[in-house]
Design a protein around this ligand. Structure first.
Ligand code: NAP
Length: 163
């Protein structure tokens, strides 16, 4: 199954200058918790924002670059159709599409679940979450984030399932 996993702030901002606009350790912890042991699929720019392939996960990168441009062990797919085929061959696996916007835009009709962190704060950004028709999804879980000195925003973790 394909699952989108992302965090967005006010105005659907998701990125700035190749990285995240915010520092929210609680969301990084959530990301690690839900993806560990599973597969992540990232566009080349998002993959480049990681210091290295994410440990204890199958790392898939979507790019037109050759496999040799990436560390050993990273699965390289050259199209969104290749991602669809990869997921179709693994129906029992949780495959987390972790962005960025280019990848989110292309697979919206294929995704089964949405895991969205909503950050109730405004940030400068240069990358936005593409439009999603939420009438096609049902909210199945929402958990408030805990605001504290290290996570100084109101935020919540939401999960949606395709109807
Ligand atoms: N807030 C969040 O949850 C979140 C999540 C993810 C990312 N982000 C942020 O979003 C920004 C990056 O997003 P982005 O949209 O600019 O880039 P991206 O989607 O991460 O990567 C774009 C790259 O993916 C490859 N690609 C895209 N479509 C393809 C296709 N159909 N076939 C083959 N390859 C394809 C291309 O790589 P090549 O040029 O190598 O061919 C393209 O340059 C960063 O700021 C990042 O931190 C935020």
């Amino acid at each position: 199954m394909l699952i989108y996993l992302w965090a967005e702030s006010q105005g659907k901002v998701i990125g700035f200058q190749g990285g995240l606009p915010w520092h929210l350790p609680a969301d990084m912890h959530y990301f690690k918790t839900v993806t560990t042991g599973n597969t992540i699929v990232a566009g080349a720019k998002t993959f480049a924002s990681f210091p290295k392939p994410l440990p204890n996960r199958t790392n898939v990168v979507v790019t037109h670059q050759p496999t040799t441009a990436f560390p050993t062990g990273v699965t390289v797919l050259d199209s969104l159709d290749a991602v669809r085929a990869y997921a179709a061959q693994r129906p029992d696996e949780k495959i987390f599409v972790v962005g960025g916007a280019q990848i989110f835009a292309g697979l919206i009709n294929d995704v089964d679940y949405l895991y969205r962190t909503v950050i109730h704060a405004g940030f400068d950004g240069d990358t936005w979450m593409p439009a999603i028709d939420y009438t096609k999804f049902q909210l199945i879980d929402t958990q408030p984030g805990i605001r504290n000195a290290k996570n100084p925003y109101d935020f919540a973790f939401e999960q949606y399932q395709r109807k």
